[in-house]
Design a protein around this ligand. Structure first.
Ligand SMILES: [Fe+2]
Length: 380
């Protein structure tokens, strides 16, 4: 049986770009076109669309509002933003709202095809992973107590076996491909988990990107960078083992809730046990909430005793929480300048000063370009 072709929706009010996108894409995909935001939302309600290309300037609705609606109502649909030069701020907002990439007008055929291909591939992988994740959700969702949640996972050999199989299959392939597949698998896994929670959507990929910037500046080795990428994606996977009503609570936690949250690094280690990850990645997951002066969790270690990769993710994680629109974790979205000030304020206390400096220097040097690309990890 022939595989179903990915379904693409082009949202573009100008006839020229709309037709050229349609011409480029229709030999490879099933393409639908609309000229208005309202029509797009109606069509998305009727058809299982995989990928949307969205012009941010539409005559009826604000493109950014259309994106917000798509992500709210159809979280799995991948959205590629179409933007012009000089629209960095809007494009950045779009990426933070969960758009997967952007294309600059005028289009280049190769760029269009590769962006849509990549988005369709990601969507396909996410679809395949859904069943697996539903299973995880069932396992952890059925149990109220965290310890029970872990136990349930341990008692779920079929689930763990499934993860193992996914990895073993790829081990027969060449080394490079295996690494890519592992990373792609993990990325798709995390994207899917985060889509259950609109406010976490894209968080790990942005943490990954900020971590990568720091790693570049600190001249980490290729192997360290690779481990950092995987670990940055997985750092919060243990939150699956914490009750969602605690994770998504607005406002202050009770002491009991805080204790439950503090378990997520250790739960994370247990969840990824079947993946045979390197000790450095496991250490990153375990220690990403340690404080540079000690007094963090779970072990309260300090300074250079905290593995470097964990110190990096700690800064990247906090930075993303500061500049992103989460109703929980941080109360107010900080401007870039405020976030930098906050990082400096916590440098040497919560964060390793060397790591903070690396991120700040990079932000100051390459402000717009870095932020615009902040979630486009596919280019790495
Ligand atoms: Fe965390």
């Amino acid at each position: 049986m022939m595989a179903k072709r990915p379904q693409i929706l082009i949202i573009e009010d100008q006839l020229g770009p709309r037709k050229s996108l349609e011409m480029i894409l229709s030999p490879f995909f099933d393409v639908f076109t609309v000229d208005l935001g309202e029509k797009a939302l109606a069509l998305l309600g009727e058809r299982p669309i995989d990928v949307v290309t969205l012009d941010l300037r539409l005559p009826d609705l604000q493109g950014i509002d259309v994106l917000r609606q798509i992500k709210r109502l159809h979280g799995d649909v991948e959205v590629i933003i179409i933007t012009g030069y000089g629209e960095f701020k809007t494009a950045l907002d779009a990426l933070h709202l969960g758009a997967c990439s952007y294309l600059l007008k005028p289009f280049n055929m190769g760029d269009v095809l590769s962006a849509v291909n990549r988005a369709a591939g990601k969507k396909r992988q996410v679809d395949q992973l859904k069943e697996f994740l539903v299973k995880i959700g069932e396992v952890v969702g059925l149990k109220r107590e965290i310890s029970h949640g872990i136990k349930a996972l341990e008692e779920e050999p079929a689930l763990l076996e499934k993860v193992k199989q996914m990895f073993e299959r790829t081990e027969q392939e060449i080394e490079e491909e295996r690494r890519v597949n592992h990373f792609e698998f993990i990325r798709a896994l995390i994207d899917t988990i985060e889509k259950r929670d609109p406010y976490a959507n894209g968080h790990s990929s942005r943490v990954n990107y900020y971590s990568y910037l720091i790693a570049q500046r600190l001249r980490l080795t290729d192997l360290e960078k690779e481990e950092l990428q995987i670990g940055a994606y997985l750092h919060d996977i243990g939150k699956l083992g914490v009750a969602p009503q605690i994770i998504q609570k607005k406002g202050a936690y009770t002491a009991e809730e805080m204790e439950a949250i503090k378990k997520h690094p250790e739960i994370g280690i247990q969840l990824v046990a079947p993946l045979n990850l390197s000790p450095s990645i496991l250490a990153l997951i375990r220690h990403h909430h340690e404080y540079y002066i000690g007094q963090g969790y779970p072990d309260g270690i300090s300074g250079e005793d905290i593995p470097l990769l964990a110190r990096i993710v700690s800064v990247a994680d906090a930075f993303d929480a500061m500049v992103s629109d989460y109703p929980y974790e941080y109360r107010k979205v900080l401007s870039l300048e405020e976030a930098v000030a906050e990082l400096k304020h916590c440098s040497g206390i919560q964060f390793d000063p060397k790591v903070v400096n690396a991120l700040i220097e990079t932000i100051e040097e390459e402000h717009d370009r870095i932020l615009l690309k902040s979630v486009l990890l596919a280019d790495f």
